[in-house]
Ligand binder design. Sequence first.
Ligand SMILES: [Fe+2]
Length: 351
Amino acid sequence: MDEVLALQRAEELPSDYRERLDTLGVLPAWTLLRAVMPVGAAAPKAMAHQWSYAQLRPLLMRAAELVPMEKAERRVLGYINPGLARERLSTLPSIFFGLQLIMPGERAPNHKHIPAAARIIIEGEGAFTTVDGEKLHMEEGDVVLTPPLHWHDHGHEGKEPVVWMDVLDHPLAVPMDVSYVLPGKLAESYNEQPDAADTLYSCPGLVPYRAPGAQAPLYPMRRFRWQRVRKALLATSDVTAREVPVHLRYCNPENGESIMKTLEFSARIVRPGESVTLKRASVNRMFQIMDGDARIKVNDLEYACQKHDTVSAPTYSSVSLHNASSTSPCFMIQVDDTPTQVKLGFYEEVA
Ligand SMILES: [Fe+2]
């Protein structure tokens, strides 16, 4: 590496000079240059971390006693990265994960907001999300999308608590000062037709016919069923060489783009005994264990995971995924900020 300059610190400047600069709304940028651009490599503040669903579940259930829905709007326990300031409400610098609970008969009010959201259903039956009046049933493992500025609410017609993992990109929107929410009115009735995954987009490879130049909707599918994803992973696994990882991405069926503009969702099966080493890259990654006996290694830390546990892997981490079972497959959903980084020109892979 070329010579690294030892830059002047702010304290080396006369205090009257600094104060005058401050009064005029400027500061000597060279004194903070190394903080915003560390020499040689990024210095992630976010940390690798594991969140245990078994430990958190009782506290989430207690929240149903402690806070009524009308006092929470959404009853969510946010997963806070220990390396990031709490007020950022961030699991990684670009990603928020949080467990949401809805009890039988409850309604979470209608609203819309700038940040995009998706839910990964963790447990329970009978809940639904409506997006612009389309009623999307939520079954375990499903990914349900509520795109930016689309009206949505949640309801629960079942008998047991329903839990899902909220995934939002507000950590990107908040520093840009564009994040807000608008309250809406609960609809009296919903479109009870089957959702688009069962109609327009029920056949892989087929999309609605359009005249040349006609625009497809930006978010044509809002529900991605886990049972189909799981089946596809198993089928792909059957025809994939042992040394090739099985990894499928969720996409917009109209254009192949990521289902969120900012975040990539993908699903993995890790076969019994298999270890998968990921490319070291600039991306922030989250892993949500759907089933199985996963061991996730992030740099020097190894996390033994149970079903529904969650692990964060910050930028430039060395990550490997291992299935500790010799008989059962392991399934996980990965969420990362690749689309954002590619669009911004930040994405890189490193050795
Ligand atoms: Fe929302």
